[in-house]
Design a binder for this molecule. Structure first.
Ligand code: SAM
Ligand code: SF4
Length: 360
């Protein structure tokens, strides 16, 4: 059986059963699945790779995620907040390298009032010709509204795992339903939304990995950040095994097949696994890379997992390395904003999205 025959049986109608067949196929013939995903990527979104410049503007976080080095309990890292001046300087550097999207990311830092972030967005939008993606966690509807009004275009909020019990274990005090509620809220406000999951989390099952892909399909997300779980030494998950590259590429490829026009980054977490991982991800459905423009002076303090690949690379090194790789692969760097490719296949009610997820 090949990928097409699995999909043709029930086109557009994905469920645990037919996705499990895709996983089985990957088990027996991974190269053919990855190749098929790469072909879909080429047909649907072309050979262009979108560069999104990430600026990690604060590593303070009030959350307790067991997997993350920025968790509130980690007293071993020094915390920082970039000044507005430092942020603008980083945006300027990214723009000088031709980037058209800036991703502003941080922990859930309660120091900022929603208006502080709004002013930052307004200033960037006024002075630079870029799209803005926010990735600052869960916030009330009103904050999302203020930031959207200020000009934010996209929001990245990974659902992390579609298994509601595992989610609660890994994110004490939080629940999957609230995360999904935030994503739906953001979608209603007109953001292009990105979700995604970690692969290889302790306690994760095949069923829940399939649910990860199904959830993204149900939400009809425009971007998906999929990366391996990498254990951090100063977190409670220090003794756990890391997620594998093969498994991550598999999920990436299946996501490309199920959501053909999605923007899929070859994430920093994937690229951290080994020197060839970024290329492999780009050959398995990925079409986005997120070079880091956080000032080098604080970069080693934004350690969500160890050996993060971009900690020591300056923007020039990193962009030159990317250009060389893309040239070797006959891929080009996009000169556009890289907004979502809009194909509204269907939209579900909140009840339909929740069914099977979040219900605890
Ligand atoms: N605080 C925001 C949030 O959680 O949405 C944004 C910043 S958070 C550091 C960005 C992402 O890092 C999370 O969505 C999570 O998937 C990823 N992450 C955290 N710890 C990780 C780990 N140990 N291995 C791989 N990815 C990790
Ligand atoms: Fe905070 Fe995000 Fe890390 Fe969780 S994943 S501890 S919310 S920075």
């Amino acid at each position: 059986m090949n990928v097409q025959s699995i999909l043709i049986k029930e086109p557009g109608n994905f469920n645990q059963e037919n996705l499990r067949q895709l996983f089985d196929l990957a088990e027996h013939n991974l190269p053919s699945l990855l190749k098929y995903a790469n072909q879909i990527r080429k047909e649907q979104v072309g050979d262009e790779v979108h560069l999104r410049g990430i600026i990690e503007f604060s590593n303070y976080c009030s959350c307790h995620c067991l997997y993350c080095g920025l968790r509130a309990e980690n007293r071993k890292i020094s915390r920082y907040r970039l000044t507005n001046q430092e942020i603008f300087q980083s945006v300027q550097t990214a723009v000088n390298y031709g980037l058209k999207t800036i991703v502003l990311q941080s922990g859930e830092d309660r120091f900022y009032q929603p208006e502080d972030i709004a002013r930052l967005i307004e200033f960037i939008k006024k002075h630079f010709d870029v799209a803005i993606t926010l990735s600052v966690g869960e916030h009330p509807h009103q904050s999302y509204q203020i930031w959207r009004n200020a000009g934010a275009d996209r929001y990245l909020l990974k659902h992390e795992t579609a298994d509601p019990i595992l989610y609660q274990k890994l994110r004490p005090g939080k629940n999957l339903q609230d995360r999904i509620e935030c994503l739906l809220d953001l979608k209603d406000l007109g953001y292009q939304i990105g979700s995604g999951n970690m692969v290889g989390l302790p306690g994760q099952t095949l069923t829940s990995l399939i649910d990860d892909v199904l959830l993204m399909k149900k939400l009809n997300v425009e971007m998906a950040g999929i990366g391996p779980f990498l254990p951090h030494p100063d977190t409670p998950l220090v003794g756990s095994s890391a997620g594998s590259l093969t498994e991550t590429l598999k999920i990436l490829a299946i996501t490309r097949i199920i959501l053909p026009t999605i923007h899929l980054p070859a994430t920093t977490a994937i690229s951290t696994v080994n020197d060839d991982a970024r290329r492999l991800a780009l050959e398995s459905g990925a079409n986005v890379i997120m070079p880091n423009f956080t000032p080098l002076t604080v970069r080693d303090q934004y350690v969500i997992y160890p050996q993060k690949i971009d900690i020591i690379e300056d923007p020039e090194q990193s962009v030159n390395k990317l250009k060389k790789l893309l040239k070797e692969m006959n891929r080009t760097i996009s000169m556009s904003y890289g907004h979502a490719v809009k194909i509204k296949t269907y939209s579900l009610t909140k009840k339909e999205v929740y069914h099977g997820f979040g219900s605890q």
